[in-house]
Design a protein around this ligand. Structure first.
Ligand code: ZN
Length: 138
């Protein structure tokens, strides 16, 4: 069995944002030489997510509005976690949107359903953060 590891680094200018990282995962898969196996992609921080969904701007706006209803950023005083840093909402949003995805690798390609794309979801940006890609197989 072969294995391959890569980190992707991000520093978003805004507190929240979504980045389509599908091409970077495909690039890593190509470099790995693995044809059959699994790709794990996970956020390495507890205030950001990796998830799979549609690359459609209306939906991305819907995620922002929905997450702000569930866990509004402000007022910061509503959360017991806040104080030294005000990112309680980001922890909650990350938990809802998920830590990681696993995608099957078949014949050297990501074996997606229709419209599936991999996203990095940032909920507490403006600093350097990373995502782990781990590929195993043969
Ligand atoms: Zn925190």
């Amino acid at each position: 069995m072969k294995s391959f590891r890569r980190e992707l680094w991000f520093e978003l200018d805004n507190r929240r944002g979504l980045v389509n990282i599908t091409s970077q995962v495909q690039q890593a898969l190509g470099e790995s030489g693995i044809k059959e196996g699994l790709v794990l992609v996970n956020a390495m921080h507890i205030t950001s997510s990796v998830f799979i969904n549609d690359d459609e701007s209306g939906l991305h706006n819907d995620f922002e509005v929905w997450l702000e209803k569930l866990a509004p950023e402000k007022p910061y005083s509503q959360y017991r976690h806040n104080g030294s840093e005000n990112n309680a909402d980001a922890h909650l949003k990350r938990t809802i949107m998920g830590r990681e995805v696993v995608v099957a690798v078949t014949e050297g390609k990501l074996d997606f359903g229709p419209w599936e794309q991999i996203f990095y979801g940032e909920f507490d940006g403006k600093r350097r953060k990373r995502v782990l890609i781990k590929i195993i197989g043969e």
